[in-house]
Design a protein around this ligand. Sequence first.
Ligand code: ADP
Ligand code: MG
Length: 453
Amino acid sequence: MHTSIWQNILSSISQEIDAHRFETWFRPLVLNNTSKPDTISLYVPNQFIADFLDQHYKNLILSHAQSFSSDITSIEFTVNTLKNQFFIETDDISQNKPITTVLHNPSELTISSYPQLNKRFTLSSFVVGPNNQFARSAALAVSESPGKTKFNPLLIYGGVGLGKTHLLQSIGNNCLACHPDKKVTYITSEEFYLNFIDAIKNNNTKEFTARFRSSDLLLMDDVQFFAGKESTQEEFFYIFNTLYQNGKQIVLTSDLPPNSLKGLQDRLISRFQWGLAVDIQPPDLEIRVAILKKKAEEDNLSIPQDILYYIAENVSSNIRELEGVVIRLLAFASITKSDITIDLIKNVLKGTTKVEKVRVSIDKIIEKVADYYKVPVNNIREKNRRKEVALCRQIAMYISKEVTNNSLKTIGLNFGGRDHSTVIHAIQQIESLKTSDSYISKDIQEIISSLNL
Ligand code: ADP
Ligand code: MG
């Protein structure tokens, strides 16, 4: 099979399933393009992913593939240990290009065709709580009567993974359900920008903007991305005016309230304030439990109540992360056929917390460790061999590995240019100390919590 067909298939799959699943299961796939024409042969990094894909996604891939080529009748997965570099940090294998660079990036693939609404994002699959109630009511109102409420434009703002895109797309889906003849356009600001640049290059900005100007409902996601992009903002300004004057509905999302958006022209910001700006707050514990329950039910996964609470207490930063936990649990439970226990959850949670905690710097970690043990910061960084200093350094290295996404090499560099084998040694050392010395675990926990991750 030709790579471009596979790219189309991937792109079409990415429209149907959510981004998290796509990243987890489809991103690692590499096409073996020497396979027979009736077979899609895919390299997968390990047996676990092969089994999971085989059980859960084979038919999905097949049905998407057949819409491109009816000749395709089978899918096979081959574990490719040679290419099994997924779990190696990229800058530790500099001479060996990481496999991710040859993978197909769905956003690259879909650039020329506009994204559609994802049918999974509906108002009924959106769990309502005090944190998002107002936003949801406004969303319902504009989707039922686009352009006819006072909420024009409607701007929904809030942090990452709190449901802005979900709600925005629900507005589109519900509007089409109520008014099938309406023209709904959903686009992210990034896609808008990239397509606009293309249009300028190809001299067809008129055709480009026509699509937006003729919408009854324009859904523009993550408008903060326009920051600093003057000509894109200008084009969007004119589109906005045309739509507004014609009584068409505009809905926007952003990470911050309009008056805090940096790098956007004042005239745009003031227009964003004409209608209603409404926020989504992080969900509290009860809502997180409710969301988890809903996600688990959608996947036919039954999670005992105490475990739901345990997860919801430990994963509090955003809903995408909660979903990630359900996906992993699903994987674990179906492959190992084991019951969902607190120990299993601890294992599953280990991986997720890391993803979110890339923002803390190694310097900050060193500072907190130095502070905790009352040793000078420089002693931790420099080549000081005193035993207690060495232990502090190892703890700082260990915490750096636990809570950041830095590679071993980068961590070593931050500790006076030590190499990655020293970091590995430190991590092993602390891991073994943790099992024999309960004070170490307590210390580490306290230091991590002082980082306010
Ligand atoms: P944002 O756009 O704010 O970064 P998303 O809309 O992409 O966040 O939400 C992240 C994930 O969490 C999505 O898969 C979405 O379906 C889910 N989600 C967010 N809020 C809710 C909610 N209230 N009920 C159910 N699922 C939600
Ligand atoms: Mg979003």
